[in-house]
Structures are given as structure tokens and as C-alpha cells.
Design a protein around this ligand. Sequence first.
Ligand SMILES: [Zn+2]
Length: 246
Amino acid sequence: MQKTSRRLISVFVLMALLVSITPVIAQAAQNTQPGKDRAVFIHYKNGTVKPASPGKGGLAAKDYVFLAKGAKWKTLPVNYVIDPDNANGLSDVFITNAVSMAAEEWDRYTGTELFGSYTIDRNATWDDQMQDGRNEILFGSYPDQKVIAITVVWGWFSGPAQTRQITEMDVLFNNYYTWGDATVDPSKMDLQNIATHEIGHGAGLGDLYYTTSVDETMYGYSHEGETKKRDLFTGDIAGIRALYGN
Ligand SMILES: [Zn+2]
């Protein structure tokens, strides 16, 4: 735990420096993963960071953005691991239902069988230093209370578009928050809502920060009680179809 925590702190410090250019795409450390890239997406609570204005950071004012143009899964379906521990008492069934419904929401709009099955593993790891080939979704403490969740996506994100691909996604939900079903209790951070957003990064989509994007699942901010990211909006649907077909 201590080790994970130090690692998360160092990631946070790096990301804090680069917060204006989300998504942050950095070369993986050469000694661990030669030739592989990673993107880290930090999901903040509303109002903590100023939205980037359209045009800045290379972002165009459109309804979806790619993680890295052409970077998508090529080995399908994407199976994943859920670790239901460290969620402040939420049941395994609640967590696996919320996360799998989030994954299926993306599948609903593309003819490709994108996300497959999950397994429960209580020793999942959030791999920001070196990928381990497992797509892991877990809860843990994160040193910044304004961060709701953080997703790291590994793959090849440079070079010709057709050679790019995603090879791993890991999602960490910050257990500083009380997670649950916000349709029942709006004081909760809605797990399905945030999971749908984070899994969208895992599929190859980036964050949107425009005032015109507030209804999109890939809009970059959330808060307790929010559930509208559970359902894909027009830009999300256009984005997932651009990557994986109708
Ligand atoms: Zn995001």
C-alpha cells in the first residue's frame, strides 16, 4: 500500500505540472516498456480546474476526441478484471453490475464485440509504470481528493495511424469518495456513471472540456449525484463508431 501510494503521489506531481494539456501522452520509461506509450486521464470533480478553451492544447471544438488518432483495440473482445475490495463496503454484486453495464453501454452502439467478460480478482493492480497485460478496474486511495478517478491506457500511440493500438487499460476509483447508486442516493458518487466515462478512455476516447460538451459521457468533470454519463450522448456514439464501426 505504501509503495502504491508513493507511486501515485509521484504520478500526481507529474500530472499536476501538465494538467493544462490533458490527455497527457508520455513515452513509457525505456527500460521497462521500449516502444510503448501511455496516456493518463485524471477525472476531476467539477469546478476544480478551469476548462480548456477550444483550440488550446490542439483540441478542436468537436463532440469527441481520440486518445491518439487511430489508437484502438485490435485484439477483441477486451476482457477485464474487477477488484471489488477497498470500496468502503460496497458489495461485489453492485460493483460488478455497475462496471459491466458501463462497458456494455459502449458495446451497445457498435457492431463490434468490444468489451467481453470480466473476472473478479482481489489482487488487481493499477499499472502506471509498466503494463502487465491485464485490464484492471479497482478502488484505492489517491492523494488528491479532487480526483474522482484516474485511468491509464497503454499502447502504441505514435507512428502511422494503422500501426497504433491500445494494449491495456487500468481504472482506479478514488475511495476518498462514497460510491454507490446516485439514482437512489444523490449524495453518492455514481459508480456506473464514472465507470462509463473511464471505460470510454479505455476504448480510445479523450476528455471534452467545452461548455457545449456537458451532456457527453466523455465530458471531463463530474460530481456526486451525477448519472447522465451512464448513457452515451451523440458525440460519444459518433466517437465509438468512428473507432469500431456502426
Ligand atoms: Zn476523463
